[in-house]
Design a protein. Structure first.
Length: 276
C-alpha cells in the first residue's frame, strides 16, 4: 500500500516543474490528484509559461499510474474562480486530504526596469501570485478540510529566499524574496489556526531547482550579466541546482504518516545553501 493510498491531493502549478513532480510522486504513492495551473502568460514573466498541453500531460501521467486526475485551468490570483474550481474537483473525486500550494513566478529581466509604474507592476504581480495566490489556495481548501473532519496536510512552497535573501538591486529578486518570506508567516499562522482540526501545515524551501523557472534563456543571460548571482544562489554541496523530485520527497514526508506529528516547520531542500 502506498504512503498516501486512497487520499486526494490538490497541487497548484501542476502543469510542469515542481508541481508536476509533486503530483506524480503522490500518485505513485496512491493519491488521486487535482491538478491546477494557469496555463497562460503572466504580464511580468519573461520565460515561457506552461500550456494546457502541459497540464494535460500531467493528468495523463497520473492516469498511467492508475490514479484519477482532474485538471482545472485557473489563476490562483482569482479567489472566486479558484474556490469554484476546487469545490467542483472535490465533488468529482469525493474528498480532499492533501494540498500543495506550489504555484509561483519570478519576474526576472535582463535590464532592470526604471519606470516606477513598471517596477510597481513587477512587485504587485509577484506578490499577487506567490503570496496572495497561496493565501487564496488556503482560503479555498481550509473549509473543505475542516468540514471533512479527517485532518489533512498542507504544504506551502516557499524558497531558501524565504529564509535568506537575494538582493541585487533588482526589483524582481526583492519582490520574490519578500513574497517567499510572506509565505513563512502565512504558514505559521495557518498551522496554528488549523491545528485544533488535526490539519498540519508546513513549508518547503528549495534552493534553485531544475525547472523552466530557473533553466531558461532569461536566467542564463542574467547570470552572465550579473555574475554575483552565483554567489547569491550558490550551494554548499557541489550541485548547482536540485531536481524537482528531490523536493517531492520532502513534500511526501510532510503529507504522509511519516510526518504525522510535524507542523509549523520550514523544511529546507537546499544542498546547504542556507549555510553559504
Amino acid at each position: 500500500m502506498g504512503r498516501v493510498e486512497g487520499k486526494v491531493a490538490l497541487v497548484t502549478g501542476a502543469a510542469r516543474g515542481q508541481g508536476r513532480a509533486h503530483a506524480l510522486r503522490l500518485a505513485d504513492e496512491g493519491a488521486d490528484v487535482i491538478a491546477i495551473d494557469l496555463c497562460a502568460d503572466v504580464e511580468t514573466v519573461h520565460y515561457p509559461m506552461p500550456t494546457r498541453a502541459d497540464l494535460d500531460e500531467t493528468v495523463a501521467e497520473v492516469e498511467k499510474r492508475d490514479r484519477r486526475a482532474v485538471a482545472k485551468q485557473v489563476d490562483v490570483r482569482d479567489l472566486g474562480a479558484l474556490t469554484s474550481a476546487v469545490q467542483d474537483a472535490v465533488t468529482d473525486l469525493g474528498r480532499l486530504d492533501i494540498v500543495v500550494a506550489n504555484a509561483g513566478i519570478l519576474s526576472i529581466t535582463l535590464d532592470e526596469p526604471t519606470d516606477p509604474a513598471e517596477r510597481r507592476r513587477v512587485w504587485e504581480t509577484t506578490l499577487a501570485t506567490n503570496l496572495t495566490g497561496v493565501w487564496n489556495t488556503v482560503e479555498a481548501v481550509a473549509p473543505i478540510l475542516v468540514a471533512a473532519g479527517n485532518g489533512g496536510a498542507v504544504v506551502l512552497t516557499s524558497s531558501t529566499q524565504g529564509l535568506k535573501y537575494a538582493a541585487n538591486n533588482d526589483i524582481a529578486l526583492t519582490a520574490y524574496t519578500a513574497s517567499k518570506h510572506g509565505v513563512v508567516g502565512l504558514m505559521r499562522c495557518t498551522a496554528a489556526d488549523l491545528a485544533p482540526h488535526g490539519i498540519r501545515v508546513n513549508s518547503v524551501h528549495p534552493t534553485g531547482v531544475n525547472t523552466p523557472m530557473v533553466a531558461n534563456q532569461v536566467m542564463g543571460d542574467y547570470g552572465v550579466k550579473h555574475p554575483r548571482l552565483g554567489d547569491l544562489m550558490g550551494n554548499l554541496l557541489p550541485v548547482p541546482v536540485v531536481e524537482p523530485e528531490d523536493v517531492s520527497e520532502a513534500v511526501l514526508y510532510l503529507v504522509s504518516d511519516s510526518g504525522r506529528h510535524v507542523t509549523g516547520v520550514t523544511m529546507p531542500v537546499d544542498a546547504g545553501h542556507l549555510l553559504t
